[in-house]
Design a protein around this ligand. Structure first.
Ligand code: SF4
Length: 286
């Protein structure tokens, strides 16, 4: 089987690399200072990464159940949190450490600036996603949050509006949502803040262009089925070529592939590069 694996199509994004480095450094600091590290949102949508962090001493916690953390560390993931949550953590005596991606911080800032300027904030994204909870928190939980493109037709706006997007969604859907919102509210000033992460968008576009040019028989997208950017990458490529979304090498069966197939292996931004390389090796031996 011919396997194509190119560095630009897989591995962690800079935001996640940075937050994992912060986590590694914090493990050493905690060891030195005899402290524990708590978190409540996975740093990456990836089991292997989570296991590694837990081995290093990370412990999941429900902060509502903590009354006094006695100065133990709490690490905020790349997705960010609201200012209110940081205050709550501090009140409970956590020492708050941040691994928030600068791109996510920037999105929070954009939303907050528009909110202060009197805009109604609409967020196109998943209301339960930590990033969206954080962005909504930066505008006093006042945002209207919508995940479905067609919902744009149903929202009635009564003042100038800024439309923010979850960083890991697709531009196509966001643009369609904004268009629907504009059609439903023709007299309202609607400002589209395309806050999609350029790394996510760039990888989707590069992979799609490669598929069109090189015409592999099948694409294997490595990543978690709960990761937004991985699902988005897989769904975009599935429109061009048969595509499999694979969480780990254990899911691969030789019988799923025909002989002499050319497979392009790519990944979402939270899949560890070592996992992607293991999968590519396994495929080569089919
Ligand atoms: S996908 Fe983009 S926004 Fe999300 S952590 Fe990575 S660099 Fe940051």
């Amino acid at each position: 089987m011919k396997v194509i694996l190119l560095p630009k199509f897989y591995g962690h994004c800079p935001g996640l690399k940075r937050s994992l480095k912060i986590a590694d450094d914090l493990i050493l600091e905690a060891e030195k200072n005899g402290k524990k590290i708590y978190y409540d949102v996975p740093l990456a949508h990836n089991e292997e990464v989570e296991k590694k962090l837990q081995k290093g001493g990370f412990q999941e916690v429900n902060i509502e159940e903590v009354t006094d953390a006695k100065g133990q560390y709490f690490l905020i993931s790349a997705h960010g949190v609201s200012g209110q949550k940081i205050e709550k953590l501090k009140k409970k005596n956590f020492v708050v450490k941040s691994a928030v991606c600068p791109t996510v911080k920037h999105v929070q800032q954009i939303a907050q600036n528009d909110y202060v300027d009197g805009y109604q904030i609409v967020i196109f994204g998943k209301s339960t996603h930590p990033e969206i909870i954080g962005v909504n928190g930066s505008v006093d939980d006042s945002a209207t949050i919508v995940a479905d493109v067609d919902e744009g037709f149903k929202i009635k706006l009564n003042k100038k509006t800024s439309v923010i997007c979850q960083t890991t969604l697709s531009s196509d859907k966001y643009d369609e949502f904004v268009e629907n919102l504009k059609k439903a509210n023709p007299k309202t000033k609607i400002v589209a803040r395309n806050t999609i992460c350029p790394i996510v968008e760039g990888r989707v576009q590069m992979c799609a262009a490669h598929v069109v040019e090189e015409k592999p028989d099948i694409v294997v997208v490595v990543g978690s089925k709960t990761s937004s950017n991985t699902k988005q990458l897989a769904s975009k490529l599935a429109k061009l070529v048969p595509t499999m979304l694979v969480g780990s090498e254990k899911e691969l069966e030789k019988s799923d592939f025909e002989k002499n197939t050319t497979v392009l292996v790519v990944s979402g931004t939270s899949a560890p590069p070592e996992e992607v390389e293991r999968i590519a090796e396994k495929l080569k031996n089919f």
